[in-house]
Design a protein around this ligand. Structure first.
Ligand code: SF4
Length: 339
Protein backbone atom coordinates (compact mmCIF):
# COMPACT_ATOMS: atom_id res chain seq x y z
CA UNK A 1 0.00 0.00 0.00
CA UNK A 2 1.37 3.39 -0.98
CA UNK A 3 0.99 6.41 1.25
CA UNK A 4 1.13 10.20 1.23
CA UNK A 5 4.26 11.93 2.49
CA UNK A 6 4.69 15.43 3.83
CA UNK A 7 8.35 16.31 4.18
CA UNK A 8 9.70 19.36 5.99
CA UNK A 9 13.39 20.03 5.48
CA UNK A 10 15.34 22.45 7.67
CA UNK A 11 17.05 23.98 4.63
CA UNK A 12 17.77 27.42 6.13
CA UNK A 13 17.23 27.42 9.92
CA UNK A 14 15.54 29.97 12.16
CA UNK A 15 16.47 33.46 13.46
CA UNK A 16 14.99 32.73 16.89
CA UNK A 17 15.89 30.51 19.82
CA UNK A 18 12.54 30.29 21.57
CA UNK A 19 12.64 28.72 25.01
CA UNK A 20 9.43 26.86 24.33
CA UNK A 21 10.57 25.43 20.95
CA UNK A 22 9.16 21.90 20.82
CA UNK A 23 11.55 20.86 18.03
CA UNK A 24 14.63 21.65 20.11
CA UNK A 25 17.38 24.10 19.24
CA UNK A 26 19.54 23.23 16.28
CA UNK A 27 22.38 25.14 14.64
CA UNK A 28 21.52 27.16 11.54
CA UNK A 29 23.20 25.80 8.46
CA UNK A 30 22.08 26.06 4.84
CA UNK A 31 21.53 22.70 3.21
CA UNK A 32 22.99 22.32 -0.31
CA UNK A 33 20.83 23.79 -3.12
CA UNK A 34 20.11 20.34 -4.54
CA UNK A 35 19.01 18.93 -1.15
CA UNK A 36 15.35 19.49 -2.01
CA UNK A 37 15.40 17.33 -5.15
CA UNK A 38 17.63 14.77 -3.49
CA UNK A 39 15.13 14.34 -0.64
CA UNK A 40 12.13 14.08 -2.96
CA UNK A 41 13.91 11.54 -5.20
CA UNK A 42 14.92 9.48 -2.17
CA UNK A 43 11.30 8.97 -1.11
CA UNK A 44 9.64 9.07 -4.55
CA UNK A 45 9.47 5.28 -5.15
CA UNK A 46 7.49 4.67 -1.97
CA UNK A 47 4.75 7.32 -1.85
CA UNK A 48 1.71 8.30 -3.94
CA UNK A 49 2.29 11.96 -3.21
CA UNK A 50 5.03 14.08 -1.68
CA UNK A 51 4.39 17.58 -0.35
CA UNK A 52 7.72 19.33 0.05
CA UNK A 53 8.39 22.20 2.46
CA UNK A 54 11.86 23.79 2.56
CA UNK A 55 11.42 24.73 6.22
CA UNK A 56 10.72 22.98 9.51
CA UNK A 57 11.41 26.00 11.68
CA UNK A 58 11.02 29.57 10.31
CA UNK A 59 8.97 29.92 7.10
CA UNK A 60 10.46 32.22 4.45
CA UNK A 61 13.79 32.57 6.26
CA UNK A 62 15.79 32.31 3.03
CA UNK A 63 16.46 35.54 1.11
CA UNK A 64 14.62 34.55 -2.06
CA UNK A 65 11.43 33.33 -0.39
CA UNK A 66 9.24 33.94 -3.47
CA UNK A 67 11.33 31.67 -5.69
CA UNK A 68 11.60 29.22 -2.84
CA UNK A 69 7.81 28.97 -2.55
CA UNK A 70 7.55 28.33 -6.30
CA UNK A 71 10.24 25.69 -6.07
CA UNK A 72 8.50 23.91 -3.16
CA UNK A 73 5.37 23.80 -5.31
CA UNK A 74 7.28 22.65 -8.38
CA UNK A 75 9.08 19.70 -6.79
CA UNK A 76 6.12 18.43 -4.78
CA UNK A 77 4.51 15.40 -6.44
CA UNK A 78 0.73 15.05 -6.79
CA UNK A 79 0.34 17.61 -3.99
CA UNK A 80 0.96 21.27 -3.19
CA UNK A 81 2.33 22.84 0.01
CA UNK A 82 0.00 25.05 2.06
CA UNK A 83 0.72 28.32 3.84
CA UNK A 84 -1.19 27.58 7.08
CA UNK A 85 -1.23 30.61 9.42
CA UNK A 86 2.51 30.89 9.69
CA UNK A 87 4.89 33.62 8.54
CA UNK A 88 8.16 35.21 9.62
CA UNK A 89 7.49 38.17 11.94
CA UNK A 90 11.13 39.19 11.56
CA UNK A 91 10.73 39.43 7.81
CA UNK A 92 7.40 41.23 8.18
CA UNK A 93 9.13 43.89 10.29
CA UNK A 94 12.15 44.34 8.00
CA UNK A 95 11.07 43.52 4.44
CA UNK A 96 8.33 45.73 3.03
CA UNK A 97 7.64 43.38 0.11
CA UNK A 98 6.96 40.41 2.31
CA UNK A 99 3.38 41.25 3.28
CA UNK A 100 2.52 41.61 -0.41
CA UNK A 101 3.92 38.15 -1.01
CA UNK A 102 1.81 36.74 1.84
CA UNK A 103 -1.30 38.28 0.30
CA UNK A 104 -0.39 36.98 -3.14
CA UNK A 105 -0.29 33.40 -1.83
CA UNK A 106 -3.66 33.77 -0.11
CA UNK A 107 -2.64 34.25 3.53
CA UNK A 108 -5.52 35.80 5.50
CA UNK A 109 -4.37 35.13 9.05
CA UNK A 110 -0.93 34.98 10.71
CA UNK A 111 -0.10 33.69 14.17
CA UNK A 112 2.29 35.78 16.28
CA UNK A 113 3.84 34.35 19.45
CA UNK A 114 4.37 36.31 22.68
CA UNK A 115 5.66 35.59 26.16
CA UNK A 116 4.36 38.78 27.77
CA UNK A 117 5.59 42.28 26.97
CA UNK A 118 9.00 43.43 25.74
CA UNK A 119 11.43 42.07 28.31
CA UNK A 120 9.84 38.64 28.64
CA UNK A 121 9.16 38.21 24.94
CA UNK A 122 12.74 39.16 24.00
CA UNK A 123 14.07 36.82 26.67
CA UNK A 124 11.92 33.86 25.62
CA UNK A 125 12.33 34.37 21.86
CA UNK A 126 16.07 34.60 22.51
CA UNK A 127 16.57 37.81 20.58
CA UNK A 128 16.53 41.49 21.55
CA UNK A 129 14.01 43.42 19.50
CA UNK A 130 11.64 40.49 18.99
CA UNK A 131 8.73 42.14 20.82
CA UNK A 132 8.99 45.38 18.84
CA UNK A 133 9.15 43.35 15.62
CA UNK A 134 5.99 41.48 16.65
CA UNK A 135 4.19 44.76 17.37
CA UNK A 136 5.28 46.15 14.01
CA UNK A 137 4.26 42.91 12.28
CA UNK A 138 0.76 43.16 13.79
CA UNK A 139 0.40 46.72 12.44
CA UNK A 140 1.64 45.75 8.98
CA UNK A 141 -0.67 42.75 8.82
CA UNK A 142 -3.80 44.69 9.76
CA UNK A 143 -2.83 47.54 7.39
CA UNK A 144 -2.83 44.91 4.65
CA UNK A 145 -6.09 43.20 5.60
CA UNK A 146 -4.47 40.16 7.20
CA UNK A 147 -5.71 39.20 10.67
CA UNK A 148 -3.10 38.61 13.36
CA UNK A 149 -3.73 35.82 15.83
CA UNK A 150 -1.76 36.31 19.05
CA UNK A 151 -0.74 33.34 21.14
CA UNK A 152 1.01 33.72 24.48
CA UNK A 153 2.89 31.00 26.30
CA UNK A 154 2.44 31.34 30.04
CA UNK A 155 4.51 30.08 32.97
CA UNK A 156 5.11 31.08 36.57
CA UNK A 157 7.70 33.67 35.57
CA UNK A 158 5.73 35.59 32.96
CA UNK A 159 2.06 35.23 34.05
CA UNK A 160 1.70 38.83 35.26
CA UNK A 161 3.41 40.09 32.14
CA UNK A 162 0.93 38.21 29.94
CA UNK A 163 -1.82 40.14 31.77
CA UNK A 164 0.00 43.37 30.81
CA UNK A 165 0.08 42.14 27.21
CA UNK A 166 -3.70 41.90 27.34
CA UNK A 167 -3.90 45.67 28.08
CA UNK A 168 -1.56 46.41 25.18
CA UNK A 169 -3.77 44.35 22.87
CA UNK A 170 -6.82 46.33 23.98
CA UNK A 171 -4.99 49.64 23.39
CA UNK A 172 -4.03 48.51 19.87
CA UNK A 173 -7.73 48.05 18.99
CA UNK A 174 -6.85 45.01 16.92
CA UNK A 175 -10.39 43.59 17.02
CA UNK A 176 -11.86 46.79 15.57
CA UNK A 177 -9.11 47.05 12.96
CA UNK A 178 -9.67 43.48 11.80
CA UNK A 179 -13.45 43.92 11.71
CA UNK A 180 -13.02 46.93 9.40
CA UNK A 181 -11.80 44.63 6.61
CA UNK A 182 -13.93 41.61 7.49
CA UNK A 183 -11.16 39.85 9.38
CA UNK A 184 -11.04 38.61 12.94
CA UNK A 185 -8.42 39.16 15.63
CA UNK A 186 -7.95 36.40 18.18
CA UNK A 187 -5.80 35.91 21.27
CA UNK A 188 -5.20 32.77 23.25
CA UNK A 189 -2.99 31.67 26.10
CA UNK A 190 -1.55 28.23 26.75
CA UNK A 191 1.35 26.45 28.43
CA UNK A 192 2.60 24.45 25.47
CA UNK A 193 3.75 20.86 25.45
CA UNK A 194 6.58 19.74 27.72
CA UNK A 195 9.06 18.48 25.15
CA UNK A 196 11.94 20.02 23.22
CA UNK A 197 13.18 23.20 24.86
CA UNK A 198 9.94 23.61 26.85
CA UNK A 199 10.84 20.48 28.80
CA UNK A 200 13.66 22.46 30.42
CA UNK A 201 11.00 24.85 31.76
CA UNK A 202 9.19 22.14 33.74
CA UNK A 203 10.20 23.81 37.03
CA UNK A 204 8.58 27.07 35.80
CA UNK A 205 5.35 25.41 34.60
CA UNK A 206 2.57 27.36 36.24
CA UNK A 207 0.22 25.88 38.83
CA UNK A 208 -3.34 25.76 37.55
CA UNK A 209 -4.66 27.88 40.43
CA UNK A 210 -2.07 30.58 39.65
CA UNK A 211 -3.41 31.34 36.16
CA UNK A 212 -4.50 35.00 36.54
CA UNK A 213 -8.29 35.22 36.48
CA UNK A 214 -8.17 37.84 33.67
CA UNK A 215 -6.50 35.24 31.41
CA UNK A 216 -8.85 32.31 32.04
CA UNK A 217 -11.35 33.42 29.33
CA UNK A 218 -8.45 33.39 26.87
CA UNK A 219 -6.87 30.13 28.01
CA UNK A 220 -7.10 27.52 25.26
CA UNK A 221 -9.66 24.83 26.27
CA UNK A 222 -9.21 25.76 29.91
CA UNK A 223 -11.89 23.28 30.99
CA UNK A 224 -9.81 20.46 29.48
CA UNK A 225 -6.63 21.38 31.39
CA UNK A 226 -5.57 19.33 34.39
CA UNK A 227 -3.02 19.54 37.15
CA UNK A 228 -0.21 17.02 37.28
CA UNK A 229 -1.73 15.60 40.48
CA UNK A 230 -5.05 15.00 38.69
CA UNK A 231 -3.24 13.35 35.80
CA UNK A 232 -1.23 11.09 38.10
CA UNK A 233 -4.47 9.96 39.75
CA UNK A 234 -6.13 9.34 36.36
CA UNK A 235 -3.20 7.38 34.95
CA UNK A 236 -1.69 5.58 37.94
CA UNK A 237 -3.32 2.24 37.05
CA UNK A 238 -3.26 2.61 33.27
CA UNK A 239 -1.96 -0.36 31.26
CA UNK A 240 -1.91 1.79 28.14
CA UNK A 241 1.28 2.19 26.13
CA UNK A 242 1.63 5.75 24.86
CA UNK A 243 2.83 5.07 21.33
CA UNK A 244 2.72 7.67 18.56
CA UNK A 245 1.40 6.23 15.32
CA UNK A 246 0.95 7.33 11.70
CA UNK A 247 -2.01 6.66 9.46
CA UNK A 248 -1.69 6.80 5.67
CA UNK A 249 -0.36 10.33 5.74
CA UNK A 250 3.16 10.46 7.13
CA UNK A 251 5.01 13.65 8.06
CA UNK A 252 8.80 13.62 8.28
CA UNK A 253 11.12 16.33 9.58
CA UNK A 254 14.56 16.43 7.97
CA UNK A 255 17.40 18.08 9.91
CA UNK A 256 20.06 20.07 8.05
CA UNK A 257 22.45 17.08 8.31
CA UNK A 258 19.80 14.91 6.56
CA UNK A 259 18.77 13.06 9.73
CA UNK A 260 15.14 11.97 9.43
CA UNK A 261 12.52 12.17 12.20
CA UNK A 262 8.80 11.69 12.51
CA UNK A 263 6.98 14.83 13.66
CA UNK A 264 5.88 13.06 16.85
CA UNK A 265 7.84 15.08 19.40
CA UNK A 266 11.26 16.75 19.51
CA UNK A 267 14.08 16.06 17.05
CA UNK A 268 16.35 14.35 19.61
CA UNK A 269 18.60 11.32 18.90
CA UNK A 270 16.29 8.63 20.37
CA UNK A 271 13.59 9.75 17.91
CA UNK A 272 15.81 9.60 14.83
CA UNK A 273 14.74 7.18 12.05
CA UNK A 274 17.91 7.35 9.97
CA UNK A 275 19.89 9.52 7.60
CA UNK A 276 19.27 10.16 3.92
CA UNK A 277 22.98 10.42 3.04
CA UNK A 278 24.07 7.21 4.74
CA UNK A 279 21.05 4.89 4.80
CA UNK A 280 19.60 2.82 1.98
CA UNK A 281 16.19 4.30 1.10
CA UNK A 282 14.40 0.93 1.18
CA UNK A 283 15.70 0.18 4.65
CA UNK A 284 14.80 3.62 5.93
CA UNK A 285 11.34 3.35 4.39
CA UNK A 286 10.93 0.00 6.19
CA UNK A 287 11.72 1.72 9.50
CA UNK A 288 9.18 4.43 8.72
CA UNK A 289 6.44 1.90 8.04
CA UNK A 290 7.36 -0.29 11.01
CA UNK A 291 7.76 2.83 13.16
CA UNK A 292 11.01 1.26 14.22
CA UNK A 293 12.94 3.80 16.31
CA UNK A 294 14.48 3.48 19.80
CA UNK A 295 12.05 5.84 21.55
CA UNK A 296 8.99 4.04 20.20
CA UNK A 297 10.42 0.66 21.28
CA UNK A 298 10.57 2.07 24.81
CA UNK A 299 7.03 3.44 24.45
CA UNK A 300 5.70 0.04 23.36
CA UNK A 301 7.35 -1.69 26.30
CA UNK A 302 6.39 0.68 29.11
CA UNK A 303 2.94 1.00 30.65
CA UNK A 304 1.81 4.54 31.40
CA UNK A 305 1.28 3.48 35.04
CA UNK A 306 5.02 2.69 35.26
CA UNK A 307 5.88 6.10 33.80
CA UNK A 308 3.63 7.76 36.39
CA UNK A 309 5.20 5.76 39.22
CA UNK A 310 8.74 6.66 38.12
CA UNK A 311 8.36 10.26 36.99
CA UNK A 312 4.97 11.64 38.05
CA UNK A 313 4.64 14.06 40.95
CA UNK A 314 1.27 13.39 42.63
CA UNK A 315 1.63 16.58 44.73
CA UNK A 316 2.20 18.88 41.74
CA UNK A 317 -0.41 21.40 40.62
CA UNK A 318 1.46 22.24 37.42
CA UNK A 319 -0.95 22.68 34.54
CA UNK A 320 -0.98 20.44 31.46
CA UNK A 321 -3.16 21.49 28.56
CA UNK A 322 -4.07 17.94 27.56
CA UNK A 323 -3.49 14.42 28.80
CA UNK A 324 -1.30 13.46 25.83
CA UNK A 325 1.11 16.33 26.58
CA UNK A 326 1.61 14.81 30.01
CA UNK A 327 2.09 11.28 28.67
CA UNK A 328 4.65 12.61 26.18
CA UNK A 329 6.51 14.38 28.99
CA UNK A 330 6.63 11.17 31.07
CA UNK A 331 7.71 9.07 28.10
CA UNK A 332 10.56 11.44 27.26
CA UNK A 333 11.77 11.21 30.87
CA UNK A 334 12.04 7.44 30.45
CA UNK A 335 13.63 7.72 27.00
CA UNK A 336 16.26 10.09 28.36
CA UNK A 337 17.23 7.66 31.09
CA UNK A 338 17.49 4.64 28.79
CA UNK A 339 19.13 6.22 25.75
S1 SF4 B 1 9.53 27.89 18.09
FE1 SF4 B 1 9.65 28.29 15.88
S2 SF4 B 1 10.50 30.36 15.74
FE2 SF4 B 1 10.91 29.63 17.82
S3 SF4 B 1 12.98 28.71 17.75
FE3 SF4 B 1 11.49 27.05 17.39
S4 SF4 B 1 11.32 26.94 15.18
FE4 SF4 B 1 12.25 28.94 15.63
Amino acid sequence: MKRDLIVLADMYGCPNRCRHCWLGHMPNKNMPDNADKMIVNYFKPYFDSITFYSWVREPDFCGDYEQRWLRDNEISINAKPQRFELASFRRLAHDKNYVRFLRSVGVSKVQLTFFGTEEMTDKYVGRKGAFLELMKAAEILTDNNISPRFQAFINSENADDVVRLLSIIEDMKLSERCKSFGGEFSFFVHSGSCDGENRKLYSLRINKEDIPSQLIPYYNDYSETKTEAELCELLKNSDERFVYHNDNEITLNIANNFDVYFNFTHMFPAWKIGNILTDDSKELYGKIIEEDIPALDIARNTAVSELVRKFGDPQSHKIFDCIDDYKAYLLNEQVNILI
